[in-house]
Structure formats: structure tokens, C-alpha cells
Design a protein around this ligand. Structure first.
Ligand SMILES: [Zn+2]
Length: 185
């Protein structure tokens, strides 16, 4: 990895200065990524971000998981990317001070599974509903059920690294419609 840039940001926790380094990384399928990282010297807050080096404009990527190999695809979600998996009722919307991350489809599902388990332990959710959801997510993490991963990014800096991923450009009207739909829930 080649260091291409160095700059300073303000720590969102303690407002100290964090020195951030940007690295250029060439991923498979000619995807160029910028990976950023820095640690706050005062409070230890870790800043990390990952995004495509060049924007392709507002886009929607669709990726269908059909088997146990498909869950290994790498997903780069920039700080503005929205992840939706309609069949599993999953919606991951970036919050304030959102950071980009790189993981696999399996990593996303395992994260959702952890959160579902935690919710179930609080006893606020019906036991049968919990068991069903957890067993569904376990199957999904192993690629035993079919589902669609949708990655919508207004900044166009997200990607799913696979030749199975279908990328489609969105007009601003389409993008507005999708965002209104998500935030109206
Ligand atoms: Zn700090």
C-alpha cells in the first residue's frame, strides 16, 4: 500500500488533533481504494475510513447470495452507503460521524446476528420471533438461504468486489425516492 496523503482532523470525542494517513490500495477487479487511519493521542479514539478512489456517481449495487461461497464477497461501504437486505429485514443506515468500513457479506450478517441476539437477551422481543430470526440469520451467514444485498450510495464511493455484483447508476430523482422511503419508516 502506498501512502498518498496526510492531514489532520478533530477528534469527535475529545477535540484533540488526529493525524490521518491515506493509503491507496489496488483491490481485485481494478478497484482502487483509499484506506484512511489515525489514532487520537489523547483519548485513543480510532479513526478509520475506506472508500473507492474515484466516485462513479450515485449508485445502487445488487448482489444475490445463493451459496456458501457468495458470503465471502468483500463489501466496501463508504461513510454514506446504505445497506439493505429486504429478505432478512436488514437496513443499515449511516449515522452521524459515520465511518466507511470493509468487510465481507458474512461479516455484515454476523454483525446483525450479534445485535439480534443482544435484543433477544433483553427479553423485549417475543421468544419464538427471536428463535426464528436467529436461525434465519445463521443460515444467511452460511449462504444456506437466498437473499439480495443492496448497497445504495449517494456519493458513489462504495462497492461489492465480485463479478456477480450488478452496479446501476441512479438519477437524483431515483435516489431521492429511495432515501425518502427509508427515512419515512
Ligand atoms: Zn480524542
Amino acid at each position: 500500500m502506498e501512502k498518498i496523503f496526510e492531514y489532520e482532523i478533530k477528534c469527535p470525542v475529545c477535540e484533540n488533533t488526529i493525524k490521518v494517513s491515506d493509503y491507496l490500495y489496488e483491490a481485485p477487479f481494478n478497484e482502487k481504494l483509499i484506506i484512511s487511519g489515525g489514532v487520537c493521542g489523547k483519548c485513543g479514539y480510532k479513526y478509520s475510513d475506506v472508500r473507492l478512489a474515484e466516485s462513479r456517481g450515485p449508485l445502487r449495487i445488487r448482489y444475490i447470495v445463493e451459496n456458501e461461497r457468495d458470503v465471502n464477497a468483500i463489501i466496501v461501504r463508504s461513510s454514506t452507503g446504505i445497506i439493505r437486505i429486504p429478505e432478512l429485514g436488514v437496513e443499515i443506515i449511516p449515522g452521524i460521524a459515520s465511518q466507511g468500513f470493509i468487510t465481507t457479506i458474512e461479516g455484515i450478517i454476523l454483525d446483525v446476528l450479534e445485535k439480534a441476539k443482544f435484543l433477544c437477551e433483553t427479553g423485549e422481543v417475543d421468544k419464538n420471533t427471536c428463535e426464528e430470526r436467529i436461525s434465519m440469520l445463521v443460515k444467511a451467514s452460511n449462504g444456506e438461504v437466498k437473499y439480495t444485498v443492496e448497497l445504495i450510495d449517494p456519493s458513489g464511493l462504495s462497492t461489492i468486489v465480485s463479478d456477480k455484483a450488478v452496479t446501476e447508476n441512479l438519477s437524483y430523482e431515483e435516489l431521492e425516492k429511495i432515501i425518502a422511503e427509508i427515512y419515512s419508516k
